[in-house]
Design a protein around this ligand. Structure first.
Ligand SMILES: [Zn+2]
Ligand SMILES: [Zn+2]
Length: 364
């Protein structure tokens, strides 16, 4: 038995099954009920189909309920928080004319009683598609200026960015305008260097739009608007599950590249490359990325190389994802073995690189 007889409302008394409580201003739910009028202020100015509610409690009531539950050995009683959430959901369903969904709602109304206000948490909108990049000056995602880390400084002309734009921004800006969202997060199935074009069927991506106020979109029109910028092209823009982000990050897709060399090789040299470059490559983290990638030796395979001469020599290389192609050619001072330079015993550089294909069906 507790030290003093509890004072409870009739609802809490019956819910918990405490027969000898005094009826009066409830020690458990009184303070919370006083805050529930906040729910009447919920008045969304955004599009949503479903909602859930959460209550941030003032200190006290839950602890008091816990004490009573243990003092009276009340196993299995529904907590008042659960009860109130249910009550609120029903009240709001009726008033707002929307469906309550506790699993995956478009918005969660957080009724913050201590702060005396309601916070709206809108579910992100997640879209997938593929992009091509036809320009050798834009990165995939926004890069913060190294000097100011995004705050803005003279070096970056107060933009906070290293580059004027990116695939992320070209794709994201029309989407932000259409959804009135707050910001975007861009996830690619890998990324190409800034000076590398992404050709063929493109690279799969997912873009998340945070806090979208509009969810019904005309995807064909948005794609067309994005594709007005001729530096890139996207296709297949459609809603997707957020779990696709993980799948994109985990997938090690094989790639086909076209590399233009800085030298013209003889037919015999091309033949040697086509034969000797195929197989396992030991690649130590390239010098140029060693400041942001841990130093280790990766083993990746080259499956096929086809060389041809036009102005200089071009190599079409079919290989595992995660292989650095510029270093596969230069050798990176012996850090990539074998390499084109090593096989021919002369320094060869990759002058220009394109991704021709990302092979989704050979995930390994
Ligand atoms: Zn009560
Ligand atoms: Zn800066």
């Amino acid at each position: 038995m507790p030290e003093s007889r509890p004072v409870l409302c009739r609802t809490c008394m019956e819910r918990l099954g405490i027969p000898d409580a005094d009826e009066g201003p409830c020690e458990i739910c009184e303070k919370v009920r006083a805050g529930l009028h906040l729910a009447d202020t919920i008045n969304p100015d955004f599009e949503y189909e479903s909602f859930n509610v959460g209550i941030v409690m003032p200190p006290g009531p839950q602890e008091r309920e816990g004490e009573l539950v243990s003092a009276y050995h009340l196993r299995g009683a529904r907590s008042f928080k659960t009860e109130m959430n249910r009550e609120l959901r029903e009240r709001l369903e009726e008033r707002l004319g929307k469906r309550a969904d506790v699993v995956d709602p478009d918005v969660v109304f957080e009724i913050h009683i201590p702060k005396g206000r309601v916070f709206y948490h809108l579910k992100s909108l997640t879209l997938s598609g593929s992009y091509n990049k036809y320009d050798r000056t834009i990165p995939q995602t926004k890069w913060h200026c190294k000097a100011c880390r995004g705050r803005g400084c003279p070096r970056c002309n107060n933009t906070g960015k290293m580059y004027p734009t990116s695939v992320e921004e070209i794709v994201g800006e029309p989407l932000l305008a259409a959804t009135k969202g707050r910001e975007t997060r861009f996830h690619g199935a890998g990324r190409e260097d800034i000076d590398v074009r992404m050709l063929g069927d493109g690279r799969p991506f997912v873009i998340e739009i945070l806090s979208p106020k509009v969810r019904t979109l005309d995807y064909a029109a948005l794609e067309a608007a994005i594709n007005e910028d001729e530096r890139i092209a996207i296709h297949g823009l459609a809603p997707c599950e957020k779990s696709l982000v993980e799948a994109l990050k985990m997938g090690a897709f094989r790639k086909t590249y076209n590399a233009i060399l800085d030298k013209t090789l003889t037919i015999e040299e091309i033949k040697r490359i086509e034969e000797e470059l195929v197989g396992e490559i030991d690649q130590r983290t390239p010098i140029r990325v060693s400041h942001r990638r841990s130093d280790l030796i990766r083993k990746r395979k080259v499956y096929k190389v086809i060389g041809k001469n036009s102005k200089t020599t071009e190599l079409e290389i079919y290989c595992d994802g995660g292989l650095y192609i510029k270093e596969l050619i230069s050798g990176d001072e012996g850090r990539t073995q074998p390499s084109v330079s090593q096989i021919l015993n002369m320094q060869v550089q990759c002058k220009q690189l394109d991704v021709l294909a990302i092979h989704k069906d050979t995930d390994n």
